[in-house]
Write a protein that binds this ligand. Structure first.
Ligand code: DMJ
Length: 588
């Protein structure tokens, strides 16, 4: 008898009445009994494959529906991207239609229904700290997974060192302070990665040490390490972090106390307490000396020692008294004389950027009680508008240029670092600054978006230049020496502020496009790497480095940006330092 085929013997069965079910059942049983073992196995397998396929289809269509919902939420196309450019997106990067900013909703007043139950809930048991909701939706989960991937590379190959080199699977040390761990504490907390947070805390408790005979940079150590510990303390209430913050603050103090002027030295040896200028110059960077105050003030108030706040505030008070150029400051200042280096550039990129940021943020941190900070900020933004803002002749892209050292001639160059400014401007408007600042913020953010969208990798270069002549194409261009991307956060940071303030989901869509650029061109087995070239998807020249700010800022801002609850981390309760570490707003 041939066993590998089925002979079907159709018998007459009653079609209705009492015996119907029984008859079908008995027919089924007889049919089943006649099958060979192999045939039964094949049927089982087919059934299993069908079930799995249905399950996968259901999940897939869930995502598609989610995506469609996002796209449908877009109202009006904001076509700074030409249709061709949209089509030019690399594979895997979704083309979304961009909606226009709802001007009725960007003045800081939320006219829409507030989303119920903000994620930032001070819990009844203070020992468990500030709680954040778990990741929700596929975009926020995708960012969470990116963080987990980066963290596992760091944990595996660089644990306790400053940075991971994710391609060679080695590490890099700069200050020997475990920078990535300290910089990541609050992000781990916000992302509810409790197991990893506990492991990081354990490292801080048992391994973190400042007893290295090592020169560290005052600014970088303040924003990354002091800021990181303070935020971790505020989120958890764990005094370990405050003890560490105090130790860091004390080791940095000689930069202020050893200087003959109110302007601190840029570097200090953690063990010898020798403070000095950088090896290559007698000057400190203006942005560096004016980007310490949020952290030192917060430390003072947490530990009840006014000296930290006093020395840091003195810097801002002193700079307030110096002569400026339409409210704008040269990028170098001398700690021996306390004066600006007059023949230095004026710019909002490297060495100038966060001077402007901390005028506003200090004013907010102190409950809007220090008038000169507000006045200096308003004057500076006026100076930016009159002296640095230009529009490109072809595409009408609004950008911020630089003034050359000495002559103050205009130079149409803009660092990616400047992309923090739209977020700061929006934050200012939210806190009562002129609404004209929001219009500038929107235009600048659009330019920053184009710095990404113009590139075939959908990743921004470090610097762009603009043509000042009509009929020169393209009017925003990149020099190959500036074509690197260091996984910087500024654009994501501004998107998050604009989203939180306006509720406009286009900013989420923009962030999602950029995130996919990171996923596609910077993701490697050991995490995410800086790349040397955003201009060619086939030649990105990976640089084998993940800066700690990718953990502290880039992924934190993207994660918060992808939250349905845009107030998950409220800018009314917290002011974020220049490294993305939230510190509480005081009432004076
Ligand atoms: C960060 O360390 C901080 O945001 C700093 O203020 C500027 N540069 C980097 C990120 O690009």
């Amino acid at each position: 008898m041939i066993k590998d085929h089925v002979s079907l013997n159709f018998e007459t069965v009653p079609l209705s009445g009492v015996g119907q079910n029984y008859s079908y059942k008995s027919w089924g049983r007889r049919f089943w009994r006649k099958l060979s073992k192999l045939q039964k196995l094949i049927i089982y397998l087919c059934a299993a494959v069908t079930c799995i396929s249905i399950y996968l289809w259901l999940i897939g269509s869930g995502n598609k529906f989610d995506e469609l919902t996002d796209v449908n939420a877009v109202k009006l196309p904001q076509l700074t991207l030409s249709p061709q450019q949209e089509l030019d997106l690399p594979d895997g990067v979704e083309a979304v239609k961009l909606n226009e900013i709802d001007n009725n909703d960007v003045d800081g007043v939320d006219r829409k229904e507030q989303i119920a139950a903000p994620a930032l809930i001070p819990v009844s048991n203070p020992s468990s700290g500030v709680q954040f909701s778990p990741a929700f939706g596929h975009r926020q989960n995708a960012v969470l997974n990116a963080f987990k991937h980066a963290w596992s590379g760091y944990r595996k190959y660089a644990w306790g060192h400053d940075h991971v080199k994710p391609i060679s699977k080695r590490y890099q040390d700069w200050f020997n302070l475990g920078l990535t761990i300290v910089d990541s504490l609050d992000t781990l907390w916000i992302m509810n990665m409790k197991k990893e947070f506990d492991e990081a805390r354990e490292w801080v408790s048992t391994k973190f040490s400042l007893d290295h005979y090592k020169d560290v940079n005052l600014f970088e150590t303040t924003i990354r390490v002091l800021g990181g510990f303070l935020s971790a303390y505020h989120f958890t209430g764990d005094s370990l972090f405050l003890d560490k913050a105090l130790d860091v603050g004390e080791r940095l103090l000689p930069c202020f106390t050893k200087s003959p002027s109110p302007i601190p030295y840029s570097d200090v040896n953690l063990v010898s307490h020798m403070a000095h200028s950088p090896k290559w110059s007698p000057d400190s960077s203006t942005a560096e000396v004016s980007t310490l105050q949020l952290e030192f003030r917060d430390l003072s108030r947490c530990v009840g020692r006014p000296d930290f706040e006093k020395v840091a505030s003195r810097v801002s008070e002193h700079i307030h008294t110096l002569e400026k150029y339409h409210g704008l400051v040269p990028i170098y200042i001398n700690p021996n004389t306390g004066k600006f280096h007059k023949r230095s550039e004026i710019k909002l990129g490297a060495r100038g950027d966060s001077y402007y940021e901390y005028l506003l943020k200090q004013w907010i941190q102190t409950g809007k009680s220090i008038d000169y900070l507000k006045d200096d900020y308003i004057q500076a933004i006026d100076g930016i508008i009159t002296k640095l803002v230009r529009t490109s002749p072809q595409r009408n892209l609004t950008y911020i240029g630089e003034l050359r050292a000495g002559s103050y001639d205009f130079h149409p160059k803009m660092d990616h670092l400047v992309c923090y400014l739209p977020g700061t401007l929006a934050l200012g408007v939210h806190h009562g600054m002129p609404s004209s600042h929001m219009r500038l913020a929107e235009k600048l953010l659009d330019t920053c978006f184009n710095m990404y969208a113009d590139q075939p990798t959908f990743l921004s270069p470090e610097i762009v230049y603009f043509s000042t002549k009509v009929n020169v194409n393209p009017d925003m261009y990149v020099n190959i020496n500036d074509a690197h991307n260091l996984l910087r956060p500024e654009f994501a940071e501004s998107l998050w502020y604009m989203y939180q303030i306006s509720g406009n989901v286009t900013y989420q869509d923009w962030g999602w496009l950029v995130f996919q650029g990171f996923e596609r061109y910077t993701k490697v087995a050991g995490g995410y790497t800086s790349i040397g070239n955003v201009l060619d998807p086939d030649d990105t020249r990976p640089q084998d480095m993940t800066e700690s700010f990718f953990f502290a800022e880039t992924l934190k801002y993207l994660y918060l940006l992808m939250s349905d609850d845009r107030h998950a981390l409220s800018i009314d309760k917290y002011v974020l330092n220049s490294e993305g570490h939230p510190l509480p707003v005081y009432n004076r």
